[in-house]
Design a protein around this ligand. Structure first.
Ligand SMILES: NC(=O)C1=CN([C@@H]2O[C@H](COP(=O)(O)OP(=O)(O)OC[C@H]3O[C@@H](n4cnc5c(N)ncnc54)[C@H](OP(=O)(O)O)[C@@H]3O)[C@@H](O)[C@H]2O)C=CC1
Ligand SMILES: O=C(O)C1=N[C@H](C(=O)O)C[C@H](O)C1
Length: 267
């Protein structure tokens, strides 16, 4: 397989560290630069925790994309920075694999159009874990048979966005097979605001839990006459996401458009 040259944004983060290991341990992957908001001008090997990896660190994505020859950008930063990096990478013909969450519908549409016009592959993956993809697909299947559903997503308390990208994607997939419905008692009232969670435009409730000790977890709970069905996925560590990152980097080399969600590339 051809060597794939990768720029990684966010190498010191929880996901970024795992991605450095993945790139380092994959024969046909090469880390050619990092984007970070500290350590500009250093090599990654000069930063504590990353011996033997001589990729230069840039702060400004534009300078990095101009100076470094790369095939793929992996972005694992923050919602605000991820959006800037992704758009800029497409403009420079570098294919973004984006794990960073927090893109809204309008931003996805804008990127889709940009990717199509530049013929540059983009993968935006709200969740890279294969089990999470299956959980979402199973939920979409179950929604054919159960009209009433609520999503509970549970994450560590360092997470910036709520609801999670996975919960939003799950609700979107369910909405493809379930008619819009306003759930609960027609006259229900929240005596404490937010008690019924956030409601999507199709009437699906999403509840976001943030606690130290958690990593990334989600339950999709369906209710019917005299029965319920709960589909649950748990990521206990960030290594759980790395096979999806690897697959995305390999797949994006043959894409010329935006793909939103790994369910579109996992058979
Ligand atoms: N798709 C998926 O499967 C998954 C997606 N995620 C998403 O990935 C993203 C990262 O998550 P996580 O690793 O837990 O978060 P972290 O907060 O651990 O890491 C984010 C990193 O981005 C860095 N950063 C901030 N600003 C910049 C900048 N201007 N340039 C480059 N780097 C910058 C931060 O630096 P500093 O430390 O200085 O703030 C930090 O090191 C989140 O959006 C999260 O939702 C997470 C897990 C799985
Ligand atoms: O911030 C996280 O940790 C995660 N973010 C993604 C999301 O918002 O769905 C994926 C996973 O749940 C972990």
């Amino acid at each position: 397989m051809k060597n794939i040259k990768i720029i990684l944004a966010g190498p010191r983060g929880r996901m970024g560290k795992e991605a450095v290991d993945l790139i380092h341990n994959t024969e046909h992957f090469q880390l050619v630069a990092c984007l970070d908001r500290v350590n500009e001008g250093k090599l990654l090997s000069e930063v504590e925790g990353f011996p033997n990896i001589d990729a230069p660190i840039y702060y400004d994505p534009r300078t990095c994309f101009q100076e470094v020859e790369a095939d793929v950008l992996i972005d694992l930063t923050t919602p605000e920075i991820g959006k800037i990096n992704t758009k800029l990478a497409v403009e420079y013909g570098i294919r973004p694999v984006v794990g960073t969450t927090g893109f809204n519908e309008e931003e996805l549409k804008e990127l889709k159009d940009l990717a199509a016009s530049k013929k540059v592959g983009v993968i935006i993956a709200p969740n890279f874990a294969v089990g999470a993809i299956l959980m979402m697909k199973f939920a979409q299947m179950a929604a054919k048979h159960f009209q009433d559903v609520e999503i509970m997503e549970l994450h560590h308390d360092r997470k910036l966005d709520a609801p999670s990208g996975t919960a939003i994607k799950t609700a979107e997939l369910i909405s493809k097979t379930r008619e819009p419905k306003r759930q609960g008692h027609p006259e229900e009232e929240e005596t404490i605001q937010g008690a019924r969670g956030a409601e999507t435009k199709d009437g699906i409730r999403i509840h976001s839990v943030r606690l130290p000790g958690l990593v990334a977890h989600q339950e999709v709970m369906f209710g019917g006459e005299g029965q319920s069905l709960t589909i649950r996925h748990d990521s206990y560590n960030r290594a759980s996401f790395m096979s999806g990152v690897k697959l995305s980097v390999e797949t994006i080399m043959n894409l010329e458009e935006l793909v939103y969600g790994l369910e579109n590339i996992i058979e």
